[in-house]
Design a binder for this molecule. Sequence first.
Ligand SMILES: [Zn+2]
Length: 503
Amino acid sequence: MNDLSRNPLVCTSGNHVLRMLVVIMLFALMQPSLWAADRIDTEPVVTAFMHVNIVPMTRETVLENYTVLVRAGRILEVGPADRVAVPEGARMIDGTDKYLLPGLADMHMHTYASWEEEYPVSPFLLFVANGVTTIRSLGHNDERSLDYTLAARDEIERGDRIGPALYTCGWMTGVSTNWDKDPVPYLLANRESGCDCEKLYSFLSLADYHKVVSFAHTLGLYVMGHIPYDVGLEGVAAYPMDEIAHIEELDWELWDVDRSVERSPREWTGYLFVDRMVKVPRSFDFDMERFVGAKEQQIVRMVKRVKESGCAVSTTVIIGKLIYEKLITPELFLARPELAYMPPRYLEAFARGKEKHQQIKKMIGEGNEALPLFKYEMEKMITARLHQAGVPLLLGTDTGSGSMGIVQGFSIHDELAIMVESGLSPYEALCTGTVNASRMISKITGKDDFGTVEAGKKADLVLVNGNPLQDVSYIKSNLGVMVNGRWFSREELDRMIALPESD
Ligand SMILES: [Zn+2]
């Protein structure tokens, strides 16, 4: 709100102000309910979740019949219901037979300035309504989106915008538009504008990869990204960045890629997607068991190298699942109710066969229809192996561009389900989007302060109807979300993300 008195174009005479005051006072006297409603709208000093079962995520357990007090955006106290004194005037939320767990993090997503014009409902609200209370935006190609993201990050932190806590990488290096340019100015700009991390993409040369990792670290930037095609996993393990941005990046390690030849972005894309992606699985007749049997040593070595590199890995396996759905079972894909939240241009493109991944169909050609499922199964297999080896996984979905059909917030539940399908227990799957995420963010902020239900942690919480350690899907139909200490009941969340009436 602009302060009118500071605007020199607005004239206020003394008399005028007096008259206004009288009008306001009369109005207040006539409308007591209006002021009462105002008071209800302000957040009470303390919120108490009463008699609730806690999934603390400090270990695999449920603490039954607890009370959790929240004040000023932080968890104030956690304890058995009969031992926690609830201060007078606290707002009480009944948690009987319900479960309270930490809010989830989507550690691989993208923010775009075009969100404001294109989406029927703010994607920031879609995250919150789905229990996602932390997001990390992975790199930008355009100034407008970077500025938008930095502004939104600050607005959310100040409480001026409802949304998950936002962390962001800055300009990407190694994309097809800047792969042959000096990466240093991009890194300096990212440091200057206060970005949290550096995202590198597939087309960095080995020399530039070294330059990006060492210079970003000098600047104190966390570095993550694709495994550049010229570098490969061996190159990353020999000179590690902090995080690999997709499990999918590791696919290429098993598809006999010849990295001895330097290639332009166009040449790499042709070589990998047409030559390797189709030919290698074809040679195993798309049989995963045979593939794994033949590649066992390679798989073991790959996982060992990831572990030795110390890199965390962001998951985003939903991309593989959706590619499969879009190409092979489009009717299943189109039946996803969350697609109503996509920009209209997305479904229009899909109807015309021009959607981003529909283009792959032309590339894979006749007789290779089993490839999308094979690729998805392979990524689940790699997920399981990484997990067994103790590689830290970070839950991520790659949502954001509006061109892949991955819907903000809703997609986190798919990703969680995929983790469980890959062999993680529900608790282990939840760790990837809670405690692991907080540990990663602590490398930026120096504070490991979310992802568990403990006194002192951020009050980012989700209330659900059943035990998520038995079934992670309970989180999808949550009963309310607290983000940054602000509580939203299911009714409020539904109102917040209600789609505009269509005619
Ligand atoms: Zn991404």
